[in-house]
Design a protein. Structure first.
Length: 54
């Protein structure tokens, strides 16, 4: 599941997970990312999933 693409959050996907912006920011913080605009692509929800930064 893609949650962020080209710095844009796919809010429908986040909502389908029953999550919100607070949750997303917390998850990104675990990767030392402070702004989702810095993320090129994020797939999935586990530590082993892909997370790319610009």
């Amino acid at each position: 599941m893609t949650l962020i693409r080209d710095g844009e959050v796919l809010w429908d996907e986040i909502n389908d997970l029953g999550s919100n912006e607070t949750w997303l920011k917390s998850e990104l913080h675990t990767q030392n990312i402070t702004d989702y605009k810095d993320v090129f692509l994020q797939n999935g929800l586990k530590e082993t999933d892909f997370l790319y930064r610009l």
